[in-house]
Each structure stands twice: as structure tokens, then as C-alpha cells.
Design a protein around this ligand. Structure first.
Ligand code: SAM
Ligand code: SF4
Length: 449
């Protein structure tokens, strides 16, 4: 694991409401980032974690984790040698850290306490609240609707570590959403690596690609295939959750049926994360993404036709093996054309065992860095102009909790923009209407109306 990954972990956890502690003694979570390139580095990491384990004598609630490639390779040995370590996660589990940390908290309440290893986990239980919810319990919850991934993007380790896609039965999902709503939750985010292929394969062998080869039909609607758009409609009809979000969508499987369901379901927020990865057809082919830039643009056109005020976010990778200046320009062009409201930009780094890792990582680090900066700057410009366009408008916010200063409340629009309003008493968990009066950084500021 490299510095880039450390930055990503930091960014991700900060986004979830964690703050950086000045000293290990003041931290609630300590994650040691490791690399297995040299034996000496491994020994040093284990030694360092041994030292940090002492802190747990005074504060047993402290969470200790080892992350990175060494962790992945030596997970059994680590747990044996360092009994105080709670979490071991490899590079592929990086994006799951908030969930894994939440899982630890939950397992600690069990008897006997269990430890968490980020491999082949089963569906997360209802009560688990991801780390982002520590600040805002009871407002937003995450519900896993499928595990695994059937795609084979050449840069990605997820299919190897998570295996084949398996969808969770719709009845379970609906029951979980209903329990969450009864417990006061206002928003659920449906989770899966590719939620758009929901329904392909269920644990009982049914599904439109299940080994039994039979379609999963709905009890109350025996002619309709159970797929993701149908699941959205079912949740809308059979629960009273006010807001539904979902992530991640794959452009190949996002289709007109999805856009129509988003248009028709009032509870589904006007926000879609649709990772494009690149704007160059050559690179998209080498990534094995299964669509062209033109096909992606066409989907966005259909989406905007169905949901005109949709807010769009994406993932982009710069510096994929063989990416030329021309390929990169195509990505920047696509970004300018679509004007994403948010973009997560990654510098390519090889994940051992993936097809892309067999290719030479030939884009120099400084070129990756420069391309990353160029896209970040472009993203800032687009985001700022989008925010300015919201000035003076009135929008619904779901308040997630207190803001940074007393009397401030932090919430999100249906389009997932962060916003702050002032009020003398708690607004946590409430829907409010706010008129946007100014913006700063990536945050909107508004007045209650
Ligand atoms: N399933 C989602 C999808 O299809 O887009 C995303 C899963 S992945 C864990 C999250 C993001 O990490 C990807 O969209 C991609 O941009 C980035 N990513 C994955 N592997 C990467 C690699 N080897 N180097 C750089 N970025 C990578
Ligand atoms: Fe699956 Fe997403 Fe990885 Fe592609 S990037 S293999 S869709 S998890």
C-alpha cells in the first residue's frame, strides 16, 4: 500500500466524520498502513503494532487495525502474533473501512467478542451503522442488497476478493428498510458493487442468471422480473422511507428502466453515482468496462431526459497503463461535457493479481500527479459554477446533525449537496426547506424558510 492509499483512507474516514488525532494516545482508531515489499518493513510494522497494543491496556475501546498488502498476505499470522489487533484489511478492502470499523463496534457487544477480517463477509446485519452515522445516529442507514461482482474490470481486485455476485432476497431488504423506518431512520442507501445487476443470482439459485436458470418472479406480480428498477419500485411501494439512495451503479447495466424508476419513485433522490473511469474508448476497452464514451453520454442524455434535475457524480482513473495525452484529453473533454457535480479522481496503481497489473505501469508518477491535478481543478470550477446556480433557490434538506459551530445544522439536499443552516434548537433528523444564500468550498449555506 502506498502513500496515495493512505491519503485515500484519510480522506474517506474524514468524510465519514472522523478527525485526525494529534497523538496515538488520543485516538479512538489506529490504522497502521503496511507494505510487504521488504521483510524488514514487515518486521518494523509488527513491532510498531506491538508497541501500540500497550495503549489498549488503559483504553480497551481503542480499535487497532493493520491495513495494506502485508496485512492481506499475513492476516492469520498477524491475528496469532498480535492478539490485540481488531482489524486486518488488504488493499481491496480499502473502500470498506468505514463499514469494517462499524462492524467491530457491533461485534464487541457480542459475547464472546469477535474480531473482524475483511474477507468474504456475509450480509451486514440490520443494526450495523456505518461509521458516518456515529455523528448522526438514527438518520441515515446503509443496507447491503448484494455481495460480490461479476464484472472483470482489469484494474480491480474486487471480483477476486469478493467472488460472484449474489443478490439478497427482496423480502429481506424490504423487511430491513421497514425496521429502520420504524426505528426513525429517514434515509437508506442501498449498497452493492454493481447494484444495477441486482436480481441476477439469489442464494436459492434463482435469478435471471442463477444456476437453476429460472427467473425470480414476484409473488404479487407474477409476470415481472425482479431486477433493480423493480426493487426500487417495491421499496417505494412497501415501505415509508422518505429518501432512497443507492451505490454503486455500473454504466453498462444502468438502463432506461432504471431511469424511469428514478423518475417515478418519489423517495428515490435525484442523485446518481455512475463511475465512468475514462473518456477514452481505447482506455475503456483496456479497462474492460464494456461501454464507449459515446454510449455513456447517450445514457446520461436519457437519464437527464427522465430526471431533469439529476445530480451526477463519478469515479475517474488517471494514468492507466498506456494512457496517452490524447486519452487523458478525452477524459477531460467528457468531464467538461457532462459537468459532473462531484468526481472522485484516482491515480492508477496496480493491484497484484489483476490483469492490468501484468502490464507495465508506464505512466510516470509525476504525469499521473499532473493529470490528477488538472481534473481536480476542472472539477472545482464545474462544482463552483453549479453551486452558484443554486443561490437563491429553495431546497429540501435532511438534517444529519450539528454543524461545526454551535447553532449550525448540517444537512444534505436530495442531490447530495452538503448544506448548513442556523437554528437555535436541534434539527437533527428533520426535513427542512432552506433558501440557499451563499456557498463556500463544497458547502452551501442557507436560511430556513
Ligand atoms: N464497483 C464500482 C465501479 O464499478 O465503479 C467501484 C468499486 S472500486 C472499489 C471504487 C473505485 O476505485 C473505482 O471506481 C475506481 O475508480 C477506483 N479503483 C479501483 N481500482 C483501482 C486501481 N487499481 N487504481 C486506481 N483506482 C482504482
Ligand atoms: Fe466490479 Fe466495480 Fe471492480 Fe469493475 S470496478 S470489477 S464493476 S467492483
Amino acid at each position: 500500500m502506498n502513500e496515495r492509499d493512505s491519503e485515500e483512507v484519510l480522506g474517506m474516514l474524514t468524510a465519514q466524520g472522523y478527525e485526525v488525532a494529534p497523538q496515538p494516545e488520543q485516538a479512538d482508531v489506529i490504522l497502521l498502513n503496511t507494505c510487504s515489499v521488504r521483510q524488514h518493513a514487515e518486521e518494523r510494522a509488527l513491532g510498531k503494532m506491538g508497541e501500540l497494543s500497550v495503549l489498549k491496556q488503559e483504553r480497551p475501546e481503542l480499535i487497532l487495525g493493520i491495513i495494506g498488502c502485508m496485512a492481506k498476505l499475513q492476516q492469520d499470522a498477524i491475528f496469532k502474533r498480535l492478539p490485540k489487533v481488531d482489524l486486518v484489511a488488504g488493499p481491496a478492502e480499502l473502500y470498506d473501512l468505514p463499514y469494517l470499523l462499524a462492524e467491530i463496534q457491533e461485534k464487541r457487544q457480542q459475547d464472546p467478542p469477535q474480531r473482524v477480517m475483511a474477507v468474504n463477509r456475509a450480509f451486514r446485519p440490520l443494526e450495523q451503522k456505518p461509521a458516518g452515522d456515529y455523528r448522526t445516529p438514527g438518520v441515515k442507514a446503509f443496507v447491503t442488497i448484494m455481495e460480490g461482482c461479476d464484472k472483470a474490470c482489469t484494474y480491480c481486485i474486487v471480483p477476486t476478493t469478493r467472488g460472484q455476485e449474489v443478490s439478497r432476497p427482496a423480502e429481506d431488504i424490504i423487511a430491513e428498510v421497514n425496521r429502520l423506518v420504524a426505528a426513525g431512520y429517514r434515509e437508506v442507501t442501498l449498497l452493492g458493487q454493481n447494484v444495477n445487476s441486482y436480481g441476477k443470482r439469489f442464494p436459492d439459485g434463482s435469478g435471471y442468471r442463477g444456476p437453476l436458470g429460472r427467473l425470480r418472479l414476484l409473488e404479487d406480480d407474477p409476470v415481472t422480473l425482479l431486477d433493480f428498477p423493480k426493487l426500487l419500485r417495491l421499496i417505494e411501494r412497501r415501505t415509508r422511507v422518505p429518501r432512497i439512495r443507492f451505490t454503486t451503479s455500473h454504466p453498462f447495466d444502468a438502463n432506461e428502466r432504471l431511469f424511469e424508476a428514478m423518475r417515478d419513485c418519489e423517495s428515490v433522490c435525484e442523485s446518481l453515482h455512475l463511475p465512468v473511469q475514462s473518456g477514452s474508448d481505447r482506455t475503456l476497452r483496456a479497462m474492460r468496462r464494456g461501454y464507449t464514451a459515446q454510449a455513456y453520454l447517450k445514457k446520461i442524455e436519457r437519464l437527464r431526459h427522465n430526471v431533469p434535475d439529476i445530480s451526477l457524480s463519478t469515479d475517474l482513473i488517471v494514468g492507466f497503463p498506456g494512457e496517452t495525452e490524447e486519452d487523458f484529453e478525452a477524459t477531460a473533454r467528457l468531464m467538461r461535457e457532462i459537468r459532473f457535480d462531484n468526481a472522485y479522481i484516482f491515480k492508477y496503481s496496480p493491484r497484484p493479481g489483476t490483469d492490468a497489473a501484468a502490464r507495465e505501469d508506464d505512466v510516470p508518477q509525476e504525469v499521473k500527479e499532473h493529470r490528477n491535478q488538472t481534473l481536480l481543478t476542472l472539477h472545482q470550477t464545474i462544482m463552483q459554477s453549479r453551486q452558484r446556480s443554486l443561490l437563491g433557490t429553495t431546497t429540501e434538506l435532511l438534517i444529519e446533525g450539528p454543524g461545526k459551530w454551535p447553532g449550525q445544522w448540517f444537512g444534505r439536499t436530495r442531490g447530495y449537496f452538503s448544506a448548513i443552516v442556523d437554528h437555535h434548537e436541534s434539527l437533527t433528523g428533520r426535513f427542512v426547506q432552506a433558501r440557499i444564500t451563499r456557498c463556500a468550498g463544497s458547502t452551501l449555506f442557507g436560511e430556513l424558510v
